[in-house]
Design a binder for this molecule. Sequence first.
Ligand code: NZQ
Ligand code: ZN
Length: 388
Amino acid sequence: MLGNFTYCNPTKLYFGKNAVEGLNEELPKYGKNVLLVYGGGSIKKNGIYDKVSEILKKHGKTVHEDAGVMPNPTTDKLKEGIARARAAKADLILAVGGGSVIDYAKAVSVSVNCKEDPWEKYYLRMEDPDCAVLPVGAVLTMVGTGSEMNGGSVITNRAQKMKIGKVFGPEVFPKFATLDPEYTFTLPRYQMIAGFYDILCHIHEQYFSGTDDNTSDYVMEGLMRSLIHSADIAVKDPLDYEARSNIMWTATWALNTFVAMGKDTDWEVHMIGQAVGAHTDATHGMTLAAVTPAYFKHILPYGKEKFARYAVNVWGVNAGGKTQLQVAEEGIAALEKWMRGIGLVMDLKTLGVTEEMIPSVAYSTLIMTGGYKVLNREDILSILKESL
Ligand code: NZQ
Ligand code: ZN
């Protein structure tokens, strides 16, 4: 049965070729000072920086730059960003990049006027902002996280070896986001496929939970089938606009809070993946891929029915004459075969995890309670060892 919920997603989207022109409609709504946040320089190589700068200039904005946001943005970088935003007296933070840049922009937005240490307040104590929050806009260049239309903001504290995702409310969602599938054409293959798996994993995390009959599960089965279909095309031809645009749209729907309404969710794979990321700085989507098969095998006995449904409805497994367990196992095998086929990293060693690191990774993994089995530390240790 659907639980009660209040649903509000305030992000306005501009989707398609030249979506960046949507900035012309949005920029006049904000004051003069824009903090332009971006990553390690990809936007300078592919021309996106020039295009965005031209539009900002046209609208007479004073641009203050905050460059060098790294994948898996850190608390140290966050301190720098807060100082820059304060010095600039920023009226708008414009994030141009992927999930890391947008997550970071949100973290800056809630910290500029915050009197406490943002890491402790938002990430360790999981409190909500009680100060004025700066508006954030986004020009998306990497597909996967859904950060363009949600309140998620994941920050890494390298000294504490912790990577934590805070889910903020609608006041922190980007006010607007532009989504041009062609902006993702220059992504390196490794990032492209990591993003594909991040999307699938977001859907898994919300699908493999609960036993009720729920509209969202049907929606998610459709999203997964579309993603798998388009990812197969994009892996062969990364410049296929139809596939890349469908994937971009699926990514947004996978994590813009809609499919989670009124249902239980899991998120344990993300918790393990984040602990791996905190220890290795590995690419987010790959950390999820490396631990998924072992995790699914651990929880399968407790969620057989849903795994069998997934096998049939998502992977087209023929259930005739087979037990529920057999069907479920065939579904997981089909997933694993597909993951290897598109080139995902399927082991933790390749991502830099060593045997010695495993107890610390297991210790720093948060335990969620919405999945088919609530893991204990021994389970997490076994999953990590099997994924090595
Ligand atoms: O830094 P630059 O030079 O721009 O290069 C980036 C970066 O190296 C590159 N890139 C991005 N767009 C490009 C491009 N290269 C060429 N052409 C383009 N168009 O790609 C690399 C990865 O970018 P990043 O932003 O790190 O990737 P992603 O979007 O996967 O974001 C990962 C971060 O998001 C968090 C992750 O934990 C991780 O910290 N997540 C955020 C979530 C949310 N807000 O809800 C949920 C997710 O589960 C995830 O945890
Ligand atoms: Zn993710």
